[in-house]
Design a binder for this molecule. Structure first.
Ligand code: HEC
Ligand code: HEC
Ligand code: HEC
Ligand code: HEC
Ligand code: HEC
Length: 481
């Protein structure tokens, strides 16, 4: 090929390049314009008052964003479904430990056997914490993390450094941290500033416990197909920690804001509030994380020793974010907000419903946007999932009671600690799984098959423990032979 045949071809190619570049710029500008307009359609507002990082009072924000504030206030209203919302009176939600007596027995030796009630709307979170009888035993300042608009308190305690302030609170008493919160004038339940950047109104996460926990998840190697930004960060240079506020997609943020609090955690005066996600988020991965933690004296981690059997127990707390992660909705990119804060029309604009509550009270907007069945049909589908889960839960609860009985009987018959040890270990494993689903608030809905698997395993482990407690005599006899 000679030079003079190649040259003339370059000219049309250059022209083509310019044309393509111009066209691309045009399309990009158009797309940007459309997305700006979409954003405008979503968030038309006039900033009548200034809000900043210290504006924890939602009423002030309500001046600028009245539609969101009006629905936010509705979280003070009662909500009741078959398994969701709360039973009992408006003065006090129903006791879970009275409804399911096996719950009370499995918590013996821990404050949850004194007082453990149905949850209710966000408006009550601080008040219900201040009034729980669980405070009759000393509780840590870490408790405040998920029950109040807490960032200004952390800044104050850490001399401007939120993380430092947060890390100090575990050593304070609950009463001390709570008094300081009120003294600073921030005695508010979760507020606008906890989920929104006051400058841009973009959603964000602020809870230090979540930020550390999700970084631990990113740094581990558990599969997270439902969190693509973590997979991207892992494939990158990893020269800085994963940062949910800059790395996550908007869709992921629509779940992260809830994952700040609706998660399994450890909170006491022994160490900083911890979210156990280093090996992943399912029941086995979080159990493994806790099993690797040691107290200062080298003892393996536990939340309490069971009062009847002495087993070192792990207590599970509301793992909504974790169970959701195991389900088909998470995997399909359906966020917490899609179901719990669905869009509502307000004239020409779309507003996110800030009345965070059971989606079963709101099936048309929460489910029918994606599922083309009647509301009745969707309610029945949920009811079927929950009924099955409830039955498995009760079965596993009964199996655990039999295990505790068997351990007690073995002790009465003279079994030594060493002979009982295998049964105690199985109690720890069975209870962890049972509690993981019992403490989760969707009665299995967030990941039905996973919930069934975990409960099946809980029953299995409880029965294995029962066998171990019955058979210690045999091991003694074999040893004597
Ligand atoms: C596909 C829809 C859907 C998604 C996504 C979803 N949930 Fe749910 N959630 C439900 C349903 C349905 C229930 C059961 C409500 C009931 O029994 O009244 C529920 C129950 C709950 C409850 C208890 C509600 C009550 O009234 O007591 C909480 C808390 C909760 N979800 C939090 C979350 C969090 C946090 C996420 C994200 C990590 C999430 N949910 C994702 C549908 C969803
Ligand atoms: C700052 C912590 C925090 C954040 C963030 C948070 N929640 Fe909650 N949520 C709570 C607490 C605490 C309660 C229980 C309050 C009580 O019982 O007094 C609760 C209760 C609920 C309930 C029960 C409502 C009812 O009427 O019974 C639902 C549903 C719920 N949250 C879903 C969500 C969803 C969805 C998100 C994210 C959009 C979210 N929460 C964000 C702490 C939080
Ligand atoms: C990681 C976040 C987080 C921390 C830390 C936390 N909570 Fe909660 N708490 C929640 C969420 C979410 C709910 C609502 C779901 C539920 O009730 O299962 C809740 C519900 C409650 C309730 C109402 C239902 C019940 O259990 O009777 C009380 C009371 C409560 N918490 C007290 C405490 C105390 C005391 C501490 C400290 C030991 C604490 N919380 C620490 C997130 C948290
Ligand atoms: C628990 C977290 C949470 C709290 C608390 C919260 N929001 Fe939101 N807010 C969201 C989420 C999630 C969205 C949807 C954002 C998206 O899809 O980009 C949203 C959206 C918005 C939007 C954008 C328009 C819309 O409706 O989608 C405005 C404005 C807003 N919230 C105002 C407020 C105000 C005012 C408060 C306090 C009264 C508040 N929010 C409290 C989570 C929260
Ligand atoms: C943003 C879309 C979206 C919303 C909102 C949504 N879903 Fe789904 N749902 C899906 C997708 C996607 C699947 C996966 C199945 C598929 O791909 O068709 C699914 C699956 C399901 C399944 C089958 C679950 C399983 O484990 O096999 C049930 C039941 C269900 N949804 C109920 C609900 C209910 C009830 C609500 C409202 C509380 C709801 N969905 C809200 C998109 C959605």
């Amino acid at each position: 090929m000679s030079d003079d045949t190649a040259k003339p071809r370059l000219v049309p190619f250059a022209i083509l390049l310019v044309v393509v570049a111009l066209a691309t710029a045009g399309v990009t500008a158009l797309l940007l314009n459309i997305s700006e307009r979409k954003a405008e359609e979503r968030t038309p507002f006039v900033r009548l008052v200034e809000v900043d990082e210290d504006t924890t009072d939602p009423e002030v924000w309500g001046t600028n964003w009245p539609r969101q504030y009006d629905t936010y206030k509705l979280t003070a209203l009662p909500t009741r479904t078959r398994f969701g919302g709360h039973g009992g009176s408006e003065a006090l939600p129903e006791q879970k430990i009275e409804r399911d007596p096996w719950l009370e027995r499995m918590f013996r030796g821990y404050a949850f056997s004194i007082d453990y009630r149905d949850r209710r709307g966000h408006a009550y979170m601080l008040q219900d914490q201040e009034e729980t009888e669980r405070l009759k035993v000393p509780q840590s300042g870490s408790c405040i993390h998920c029950h109040a608009s807490v960032l200004p308190l952390y800044r104050e305690l850490g001399d401007g450094d939120v993380m430092a302030g947060f890390e100090g609170t575990y050593a304070m008493s609950y009463q001390e941290a709570n008094a300081k919160l009120h003294e600073l004038g921030h005695g508010q339940p979760v507020s606008c500033v906890d989920c929104h950047d006051p400058e841009s109104m973009a959603i964000r996460v602020t809870r230090p416990g979540f930020i550390q926990g999700i970084q631990r998840l990113a740094e581990g190697d558990a599969e997270v197909p439902h969190l693509p930004s973590i997979e991207r960060w892992r494939d990158g240079p990893r020269d800085r920690p994963y940062d949910p506020n800059t790395d996550a997609t908007r869709n992921e943020m629509r779940s992260y804001v809830c994952g700040q609090c609706h998660v399994e955690y450890y909170c006491s005066d022994k160490f900083t509030l911890t979210y156990p996600w280093g090996h992943g988020m399912d029941a086995e991965a979080t159990e493994k994380f806790w099993n690797e933690v040691e107290f200062e004296d080298g003892e393996r981690f536990y939340d309490y020793k069971h009062k009847e059997t002495g087993a070192p127990i792990l207590k599970a707390q509301h793992p909504e974010f974790e169970l959701w992660s195991q389900g088909i909705h998470a995997r399909s990119g359906v966020s917490c907000s899609d179901c719990h804060m669905p869009y509502m029309r307000d004239g020409a604009t779309k507003v996110s419903d800030h009345w965070v509550r059971s989606p079963l009270l709101n099936v048309e907007r929460a489910c029918l946007t994606c599922h083309h069945f009647s509301a009745e049909e969707m309610l029945e589908r949920v009811d079927q999932i929950q009924t099955r889960n409830f039955e498995l839960l009760q079965n596993a609860g009964a199996a655990l009671m039999d295990l505790i009985d068997a351990i007690n009987a073995a002790r009465e018959a003279g079994a030594t600690d060493a002979q009982i040890a295998p049964a105690l270990e199985l109690q720890r494993q069975a209870q962890w799984r049972l509690d993981y689903i019992a403490a989760e608030n969707s009665m299995g809905f967030h990941a039905p098959q996973e919930a069934a698997r975990v409960l099946g395993r809980a029953s299995d482990l409880a029965r294995q423990g029962q066998v171990a407690a019955l058979e210690w005599r045999k091991t003694v006899e074999t040893a004597q032979r």
